[in-house]
Each structure stands twice: as C-alpha cells, then as structure tokens.
Design a protein around this ligand. Structure first.
Ligand code: NAG
Ligand code: NAG
Ligand code: NAG
Ligand code: NAG
Length: 375
C-alpha cells in the first residue's frame, strides 16, 4: 500500500480532526455550528444586491470566522467549539434583504447592521437569537410592523431600530421588558404612550419623529431611578407637562420640542438636579420660566424658543447656551410680533386634567329648566 492510496488518506484525515479542534482552527467542515453559520452567511451574501465597498468579498469558503465583519468566540454551552458570536456590518452600504436563514446564527450575541440599505422585514427567525444582547439595525430601509419577535429575546438589552420605515403600533410590552436602551425614533409608528410606560427600566428612551398622539402618562415617575435620557421631539404629543416629571432626578437629557405641549412649565423641573440639556422649544407653552430651572447646577443648554413665554428670570441668561427667541418676553431680542402674542392671550384657555392631558372644555351651562306648569 502506498501513502497516496485512498484508505490511508481517509484515515489520516479522521485522525487530524481532534487536533483541528484543539488548535481552534475550526471551519464549517468540522463544526456543526459553523456549518450552519456558513449556510446563513452565504444566504445573506446571496440576498445582497449591492456591495459597493466590497465588504463581503472574502465571504467564500468554509472558514466563516475569517469573513470580514464576522466574530467567532467559544460557544457558551460548548467552550471547545467556536461559534459566530457577532456580526458587525455597520456602515457597509450594503443593499438587499435579510434572509430567514440568518436565524441559523443561533449563538449571536451582537448584531450590528447600522447604516446600510437593507429593505424588507426583520425575518421571523430572529426569534432564535436567544443569546442576542444588542440588536442595531438602525439607518436602513426596513419596513413592516414593529418586529414583535424581538420582544421574546430573553437577553436583549439594547434595541435600536431607528431611522427605518417601520409603521403601526408599538406594543406596550416593550415597556415591560428590561431593555437598557430603546431607540425607535424616525420611523412611522403611530401610538399613544401607554400607562405601563413607567415599568420601563431603560436608561435611554428615544421615540422622536413618530406620531405619539396623546399625553405623557403620570407613571413616568416610576422611571426615576433609571431614566437618563428621554427624547420625545416631534412626536405630536398634545398635553401639558405633568408635574411628576420633576421626580426624574437622574435625567440628563429631556427633549419634548416640536410638539403641541400646552400650559406652563412646572416648577418641579427645578428638582432634576442632573439635567444638562433641556429642550422645550416649538410648543404652546406660556407664563414665566421658573427661576429654579435656571439655577440647576448642571444645565448647559436650555432651549425654549418658539413658545409664548412672557417672562424669563435674569438668571437664565447665565446658562452656557440658551435660546429664548420667538416668545413674548419684553426686552429680549427676536421675539414674536406683539399681535401674535395678543392673539395667543385671547385664545380660549386650555385646561389640563390631573393626568396632564388636555381636558375637554367644560360643557356650556345647561339651560335653566322651564318653569313648572301649574294646572
Ligand atoms: C487553519 O485555517 C487556515 C485558514 O483559515 C488554513 O489555511 C490552514 O490550512 C488551517 N490549518 C490546518 C492545520 O488545517
Ligand atoms: C470592488 O471590486 C471591484 C472589482 O474587483 C473593483 O472594480 C472596485 O474598485 C472595488 N471597489 C472598492 C471600493 O474597493
Ligand atoms: C396628532 O394628534 C391628535 C390627537 O392628539 C390627532 O387628532 C391628530 O390626527 C394627530 N396628527 C397626526 C398627523 O397624526
Ligand atoms: C443645544 O440644544 C439644541 C436644541 O436641542 C441643539 O440643537 C444644540 O445642538 C445644542 N447645543 C449644544 C452645544 O449641545
């Protein structure tokens, strides 16, 4: 028998398998997980219609761990086997769709797809990602309803689907999950902030540039130990600012600009000692700016332009960046014309109920009952 005879060659191959796994030089040939990953990544490669930066050009052959943007690590449940733990395609300018086969990457902990041109939906097979910790598909052209299957991922902490074309309702369950950050801004969602908003343990909630018709629930107070950033700009919120907001003393960024917020600014905002950025511009707020707000020790940027405020304590002018334009403040430059301010003052008054929602106008006094007949 010569060395080149088939049976011995076969035997040598078999013998070399254990060494391969010890040297961690594993490819799809000897590891079932990497075999599945190979199927998944080839399916993705074939669903890509444009790759102007040649990002996936080395996505060939069974050694998926050497593919650009693919990160392998020991499998948590089988540490001697490598598995695909991360897929990072950020800023690759790829166009195409996301195939169902991606669900075969069942050990994925990180999935970053931001700033590409993927369209279509998030495949339902994403519900296989039981280890997924971060999902960032922001800044693509994804469509469809809110991808509810991500709410079932037990380890997901960071959900970023901003700058896409998702539409419809956002399920209330999103606030019952222990996400650390939720970015759903710049989509076409239409929903009302639900009462369980306050159950959220997130440190960052960004809902801007959607339609959140309605008001801000009082339960917001329940986020006082955890919430650092709340961004609700341009969200068609029609409400007053609930005084409960002042309890959010961990908040550093609060932005409710470009809404239809009515009423006055609650003094309680003066309790938000960590506040650095406050933006309430482009609303229908009136009255005076409470001095306590301008005394907040960390406030660096206070924007309240395009409202109907009539007074501003001198203290406010010491804040690093302030924008008070287009109000009705006597003695300040760039204010609204006098007649606009007068017209606003003569509007029928707007009342907020104890929930901070705009209360319907009181019913007109009922006509007095007709005098009783006398026979
Ligand atoms: C290990 O993998 C590399 C490429 O991924 C390959 O070229 C090399 O031949 C492999 N080594 C062994 C011992 O199989
Ligand atoms: C991508 O590859 C094609 C073909 O090899 C080449 O013509 C093109 O210049 C490459 N583009 C970039 C950005 O490297
Ligand atoms: C904004 O919200 C109000 C109710 O709060 C609703 O009547 C109106 O249709 C909403 N506008 C849009 C563009 O959705
Ligand atoms: C201050 O806030 C405004 C409005 O939110 C923003 O446009 C501006 O970039 C901020 N400036 C700084 C220096 O953070």
């Amino acid at each position: 028998m010569t060395l080149s005879s088939p049976p011995l060659f076969f035997l040598l191959c078999l013998l070399s398998l254990p060494f391969l796994s010890f040297s961690q030089n594993q490819t799809a040939l000897n590891n079932n997980r990497l075999q599945k990953a190979y199927t998944a990544l080839q399916a993705l490669k074939h669903s890509i219609t444009s790759d102007p930066k040649n990002f996936t050009v080395n996505w060939c052959g069974p050694d998926v761990c050497s593919y650009k943007g693919v990160y392998c690590a020991p499998a948590p449940d089988l540490p001697c086997h490598q598995t695909v733990a991360g897929l990072d395609l950020n800023h690759a300018s790829l166009a195409g769709t996301l195939p169902e086969d991606l669900g075969l990457l069942s050990d994925l902990a990180l999935f970053h797809l931001n700033s590409n041109k993927f369209n279509g939906c998030l495949p339902s097979s994403f519900s296989n990602f039981k280890l997924l910790h971060e999902l960032d598909v922001s800044n693509n052209k994804l469509t469809g309803l809110f991808p509810s299957h991500v709410l079932c991922l037990p380890n997901l902490k960071y959900l970023d689907i901003r700058y896409n074309k998702f539409k419809g309702q956002v399920p209330n369950e999103i606030f019952d999950r222990d996400f650390d950050a939720v970015f759903i801004n710049n989509n076409k969602f239409k929903f009302t902030l639900p009462e369980n908003l306050g159950n959220s343990k997130a440190s960052v909630l960004v809902f801007a540039n959607n339609k959140l018709n309605g008001c801000i629930p009082k339960s917001i107070i329940n986020m006082r130990h955890t919430l650092n950033e709340l961004v609700l700009l341009n969200a068609n919120i029609t409400s007053c600012i609930p005084p409960e907001i002042g309890n959010l003393d961990q908040l550093t960024v609060f932005d409710i600009s470009f809404n239809n917020i009515e009423g006055t600014v609650p003094e309680s905002i003066g309790n938000m000692k960590k506040l650095e950025q406050l933006d309430i511009a482009h609303n229908n707020l009136a009255g005076e700016i409470p001095e306590v707000i301008c005394e907040l020790p960390n406030l660096k940027n206070f924007t309240f332009s395009y409202n109907y405020f009539c007074g501003e304590p001198g203290r406010c002018l010491h804040i690093k960046r302030i924008d008070d334009r287009e109000n009705c403040i006597a003695g300040r430059p760039d204010q609204r014309p006098h007649d606009e301010c007068m017209a606003f003052l003569h509007r029928p008054p707007v009342h907020c109920d104890s929930d901070g929602c705009i209360a319907p106008p009181p019913p007109p006094p009922s006509p007095s009952p007709p005098p009783p007949y006398h026979y």
